[in-house]
Design a protein around this ligand. Structure first.
Ligand SMILES: C[S@@+](CC[C@H](N)C(=O)[O-])C[C@H]1O[C@@H](n2cnc3c(N)ncnc32)[C@H](O)[C@@H]1O
Length: 347
């Protein structure tokens, strides 16, 4: 191709890109097509037209075009993430996973990449959806949540539910119901300051959600404190119990997508408290564990707390990696089966 034609194509491509970025998809498409008629291997047009087709949900044609510009040496994270997303739309989940693994090898902190991988791996609904199902099902009189942040989970409690949120640094941006109280304290300080039996006239906690500090020992302490004020059939939900990979499951946070080592609570409860019903819902982004058949009088965990920390804190992801389903008691995502499993002790 001579330089005059190349220049004309480059100019056309710039116009197409401007139209594309302004949302004039039809005009942009026409120009990309006319460029590719003249120069079928012109990569920038193949790439942008492929992305436009992805936007327009024309997945098979988008795949054909993007396949031509993506090679084994491509390091453009955004392009690879888009390509992986396209593969998920085509339900080519194995290929999508391989592409995301390439992205994460380039940048383990690619948030979109981690998000796609979690949705490929965990096939249930998002954790907030299950939390709202638990509220609808149990209609708790008293709900306690550790780790409030913007209030996205706290807001799911019903007006009829007395709702307690505990967070040393709440940043609530949701309109909460009038039956909600927020304590700006760490959970440890909260339980040290308040005896919930006298605070709530011996009314037990019916439902609770542990989503505070993402470290095993804090989640375990939260569990011990909450169980003490629960009844046998109360349900304790624990967020972040299915880690995605090694780096996001470390105790120290080095990535934006991070679940910490809260997951250790599941093998720990299985070993030290075989009397509990414990299982984990495969809900993106990082799983939701369900614990019931509680015993508010049990002191096994508090008595063995130091030993348990010595045993579990040093473990890392390799402890569960090859056998996550069994180690974390991962269940099916079907809500009716979840309810049945939670009530397998027939209260
Ligand atoms: C992941 S956010 C909670 C998200 C919220 N539950 C949701 O689903 O939208 C974790 C929160 O835990 C809080 N947190 C950190 N350390 C805590 C502690 N020791 N006790 C209670 N909350 C803590 C943080 O301030 C943060 O707001």
């Amino acid at each position: 191709m001579n330089s005059t034609i190349t220049l004309a194509i480059d100019q056309k491509f710039n116009t197409a890109t401007q139209q594309h970025m302004s949302g004039n998809l039809q005009q942009a498409e026409e120009i990309y097509k006319s460029i590719l008629m003249k120069a079928p291997d012109y990569s920038p047009a193949l790439q942008n037209y492929g992305l436009l087709l992805l936007q327009n949900k024309n997945f098979p044609l988008a795949e054909k075009l993007l396949q031509k510009v993506i090679s084994s040496s491509t390091t453009d994270e955004q392009l690879l993430v888009n390509f992986a997303m396209l593969k998920t739309h085509l339900t080519k989940l194995g290929e999508a996973t391989e592409i995301i693994e390439r992205v994460l090898a380039i940048n383990p902190d690619n948030k979109a990449g981690n998000g796609i991988l979690s949705r490929i791996t965990l096939l249930g609904d998002e954790y907030l959806t299950y939390l709202s199902y638990f509220h609808e099902w149990l209609k708790p009189q008293l709900y306690v949540e550790i780790g409030v942040h913007h209030g996205n989970s706290l807001v799911l409690a019903d007006q009829a539910t007395q709702t307690i949120g505990i967070d040393p640094d709440p940043k609530v941006s949701q309109a909460l119901n009038s039956n909600t109280q927020i304590y700006s304290l760490t959970s440890e300080s909260f339980f040290a300051q308040y005896d919930l039996n006298s605070h709530f006239n011996n009314r037990p906690i019916d439902l609770s959600f542990i989503d505070g500090l993402h470290q095993f020992e804090a989640a375990l302490k939260d569990f011990i404190n909450i169980e003490k004020y629960s009844k046998k059939e109360s349900i304790i939900l624990i967020h972040d119990c299915i880690p995605l990979n090694k780096i996001t499951s470390e105790r120290e946070r080095v990535t934006d997508f991070w679940s910490g080592d809260v997951w250790k609570i599941v093998p720990c409860l299985k070993k030290y408290r075989p009397d509990l019903t414990v299982f984990t819902i495969p809900s993106p982004p990082t799983g939701l564990s369900v614990v019931t058949n509680l015993d508010p009088d049990s002191d096994i965990l508090s008595k063995n707390y130091e030993n348990i920390l010595n045993e579990y804190v040093p473990l890392d992801y390799s402890y569960i990696e090859s056998n996550k389903n069994n180690m974390l008691n991962i269940t099916e995502s079907d809500w009716n089966k979840i309810k049945k499993r939670a009530r397998s002790n027939n209260y």
